[in-house]
Design a binder for this molecule. Structure first.
Ligand code: CRA
Length: 835
């Protein structure tokens, strides 16, 4: 065919070139043709959208090439199933990964637009609660960066995690309408929609060969429409796909009702279907047992499995090899109904026999446990489960029957063990224990930090460990240094790169080379200056948004994470009150000036967590208005802590509060992000803190508190919080300050539930750890006064944090669990002809 493109014009220059001139033209084009605006009438958001489309255009070639390569080569692929993906804003990350940050910045400047301003404009997709959802996002980044064929499957919630406002010191939840102005990063694929069944009953039939089958006759069918987002790796051509499913009503059902003249019925049906992906459940580390949540889980799992089967068919692969083609990771038990759904698809829709189907299923799934907290272990009542998924209930009964036979063979005459291990909890109202289903249906089971994985084997999953020791392994969590260092702390990243080159970004262990400069006073000065500048930025932000002035020379002490009693924000609060009391008793006391910053959301139904927020704000009110505290103590609760804001906060911390009761925080990931940015940690021997302390060195970590074992012993020995209250005057004074109504305008009842919980139960042993904590905090204050030494400790935290890159975690999963290989994607130069 004759080319109609003149040879001297390069298509990529015209359409997706990356020089300033082309970028500017593309930007104006998108503003005009997509936003339908010209500069004079454009809003900041129009500019953001135009830029986002300009960047997306430059991503598509790699994305399509990746899809094409995966389709052709049909490599073994990881499917990461997660009810949550807390991605954070895309624009900056894509600019960084494409290597376009600086040139785009220049192009925007030539229009008089600030890139920082435009980045600020992005409404982040908050499709997750906290650690678990953000972990999924870090893993998706590392998978692409390591060029591993992978798909992230999840739910496209119309409303993500609520926005938090603080009114009169209390948390108020606001609907997160993140899609209001459109989402330039997703591509809807209505042509790839699938159907998902709910409710109804099952019928048995025998086929012409005399084989017995079960058919599920659903009560309703919902459409799943995939929305795809490209996830480009850092400076690679691999752009994996994040495929999120949206629920819609199938037209055929609408028509039926419509034809019967039941217009409202059909519309109601439509909205009921769409309810399934309407909103994210805002609970972290606890679950609610709501039917809609179960339906969300099944909905995205069924869509994803059907999608995988469809892909294999498109590649002419036989389903007998499903487990060779896909490794499916279950991110906690949320997607665990997949075990039963894959069985159903193989048995009922593809006519496999039980043994063959079970063999494939148990070679496909791997399960990550993220918590030991009993209130977070999902259990579904049999009645509820059966009413939505009658066929899956039958399958689970059958799995359980066969499983218990296995247990009986391995451990004869052990009725208690059978009762403990059964997938069905029969102790009262009957429940399905999802963690048990996950253990039985998976070939690998992992915890998320050494201690957590050990505790799993010893406690929560002990019986399963005895049954299947070979399934158990640990993969310590990690976080992406791209978003949490390069993007969020460019000053630090540039300083590091100036010293050791830039390969640390994809090989974080190289940060070790920084240790050479530990006694290089110029480097130490620059390192310190970076921290001061970042702190100044945060101070400016707080001045603008809260009208509070904080001193960048004070110690920035930050606790930012979900609010939960086990995370013990109120222990931190007790220390603040203790400092307050000391200064009040001795106004001339020489204290190290501190700024206490808190951030985090409370689950809307978690009263105690909300009361903790109110307590912190009440303390802040008193402290910040007391002239005796001026230049010494400031307390601020930062509202609406999310990924975007986290990126501002981690770099500015001097001290990272990781003070959970030992044995309760499975891993934590904020602990890693703070340390990566040079904060020192004050922490317990819990979760990944233990491993962080191991690598950064115990002299560069402020340790306090009981160990997990001591916590158990103390409880077993009959722990009585009153003993601590009565014998520790500072503790008593701090608690009495609260109970007297000092922080609540004289109202002694406001915080009573919190104080009663501490004095009469103290499940999380705040009182037992109080003394050790305040002594440790006092050591921190002392240490901060020796600036040179503090800087060196801070440098060592950065230099030795390499282990906690999510690249390392993904390599662990790849080698020990998934057994997949990287597949490099080549992007050919654009063809110069149109044939
Ligand atoms: N709430 C744990 O509590 C852990 C993350 C990611 C959590 C954290 O300690 O870092 O998972 N658990 O592994 C969880 O969500 C359902 O359990 C979390 O984020």
């Amino acid at each position: 065919m004759v080319s109609i493109v003149p040879n001297n014009i390069q298509i990529e220059d015209d359409r997706t070139g990356i020089n300033v001139e082309t970028l500017k033209r593309a930007f104006l084009d998108n503003l005009f043709y997509i936003q339908a605006k010209f500069p004079k009438i454009s809003t900041k958001n129009d500019y953001y959208m135009a830029l986002a489309y300009t960047v997306r255009d430059r991503l598509l070639n790699r994305w399509l090439q990746t899809t094409q390569t995966y389709l052709e080569k049909a490599p073994r692929t990881v499917a990461y199933l997660s009810a949550e993906f807390l991605m954070g804003p895309h624009l900056g990350n894509n600019l960084m990964n494409l290597g376009l940050y600086n040139v785009v910045k220049q192009a925007m400047e030539e229009f008089g637009l600030g890139l920082t301003d435009l980045l600020e404009q992005e409404e982040e997709p908050g499709l997750g609660n906290g650690g678990l959802g953000r972990l999924a996002a870090c893993y998706i980044d590392s998978l692409a960066t390591l060029e591993i064929p992978a798909i992230g499957y999840g739910i496209r919630y119309e409303y993500g995690i609520f926005d938090q406002e603080i009114k009169n010191g209390w948390q108020v939840e606001i609907t997160d309408k993140w899609l209001r102005y459109g989402n330039p990063w997703e591509v809807p694929r209505p042509e790839a929609e699938l159907e998902v069944k709910f409710g109804g009953h099952t019928e048995n039939y025998t086929d012409e060969h005399g084989r017995y089958h079960v058919q599920w006759i659903p009560f309703k069918v919902v459409k799943g429409v995939p929305y795809d987002t490209p996830i480009l790796g850092f400076q690679t051509n691999n752009a994996n796909t994040l495929r999120l499913w949206k629920a819609e009503a199938p037209e055929s059902f609408d028509f039926e009702a419509f034809n019967k003249g039941d217009y409202f019925g059909s519309v109601q049906e439509k909205s009921e279907c769409e309810n399934i992906t309407k909103v994210l459940y805002p609970n972290d580390d606890s679950y609610q047992g709501k039917q809609l949540r179960l339906e969300q889980q099944f909905f995205f799992v069924s869509c994803s499995l059907q999608d995988m089967i469809r892909m294999m068919k498109a590649q002419n692969l036989t389903l007998e090899r499903f487990h060779e083609h896909f490794a499916i990771q279950l991110n906690d038990t949320h997607p665990t109904i997949a075990v039963a759904e894959l069985m159903r698809l193989l048995l009922d829709e593809h006519q496999f026999d039980w043994d063959k189907a079970w063999n494939i299923t148990t070679k496909t799934f791997a399960y990550t446990n993220h918590t030991l907290l009993p209130e977070a272990l999902e259990r579904w009542s049999i009645n509820m489960f059966g009413s939505s998924f009658p066929r899956h209930l039958q399958i689970i009964y059958e799995i359980n029957l066969r499983f218990l036979d296995e247990v009986r063979i391995k451990f004869p005459d052990d009725g208690n063990r059978l009762r403990r291990m059964s997938i069905i909890d029969e102790s009262g109202e009957r429940y399905i224990r999802m963690a048990h289903l996950a253990c039985v249906g998976s070939f690998a089971i992992n915890g998320v930090a050494e201690l957590h994985s050990e505790l799993l084997k010893k406690t929560t999953l002990h019986d399963f460990y005895e049954m299947y020791p070979e399934k158990f392994t640990n993969v310590t969590n990690g976080v992406t240094p791209r978003r949490f260092m390069v993007l969020s702390n460019p000053r630090l990243a540039n300083l590091i790169t100036k010293k050791i080159g830039d390969s640390w970004v994809t090989n974080l262990d190289e940060l070790r080379k920084l240790e050479t400069f530990l006694y290089d006073s110029d480097f130490c000065k620059e390192f310190h200056q970076v921290k001061q500048d970042v702190k100044q930025d945060l101070a400016n932000y707080i001045r603008t948004n809260y009208n509070i002035t904080i001193d960048p020379n004070s110690l920035f002490d930050i606790q930012a994470k979900r609010i939960h009693e086990y995370k013990r924000q109120h222990l931190n609060a007790l220390y603040i009150i203790t400092l307050y009391n000391r200064i009040k008793a001795n106004p001339n006391l020489d204290v190290t000036p501190r700024t206490f910053l808190f951030g985090g959301k409370a689950a809307p139904g978690y009263y105690m967590a909300k009361l903790i927020i109110k307590l912190i704000n009440s303390i802040a009110d008193v402290v910040n208005h007391d002239p005796d505290m001026r230049d010494r103590l400031k307390v601020i609760f930062l509202k609406d802590y999310n990924v975007k804001f986290a990126q501002r906060v981690y770099p500015a911390a001097d001290l990272s509060e990781q003070i959970s009761t030992a044995g309760k925080e499975a891993s934590g990931t904020g602990n890693m992000k703070f340390s990566m940015n040079g904060a020192l940690t004050i922490g317990t021997l819990d979760g990944a803190n233990i491993e962080i302390r191991e690598v950064v060195g115990e002299e560069n970590f402020f340790l306090f508190g009981l160990t997990a074992e001591e916590v158990l012993q103390k409880k077993a020995a009959g722990y009585n919080p009153w003993d601590y209250y009565n014998s520790n005057p500072e503790l008593k004074l701090a608690i009495d300050r609260i109970s007297s109504g000092f922080f609540s305008h004289g109202d002694p009842n406001l915080f009573k539930p919190l104080l009663d919980s501490l004095l009469y139960r103290d499940q999380y042993l705040l009182l037992a750890d109080y003394q050790s904590y305040i002594e440790c905090q006092d050591r921190v204050s002392q240490a901060y006064r020796d600036r040179e030494q503090w800087i060196r400790m801070s440098i060592l935290n950065v230099a030795r944090i390499g282990k906690f890159s999510s690249d390392r975690s993904i390599r662990d999963y790849v080698q020990n669990i998934w057994k997949v290989s990287a597949l490099k994607v080549e992007v050919p130069e654009y063809s110069q002809s149109t044939n």
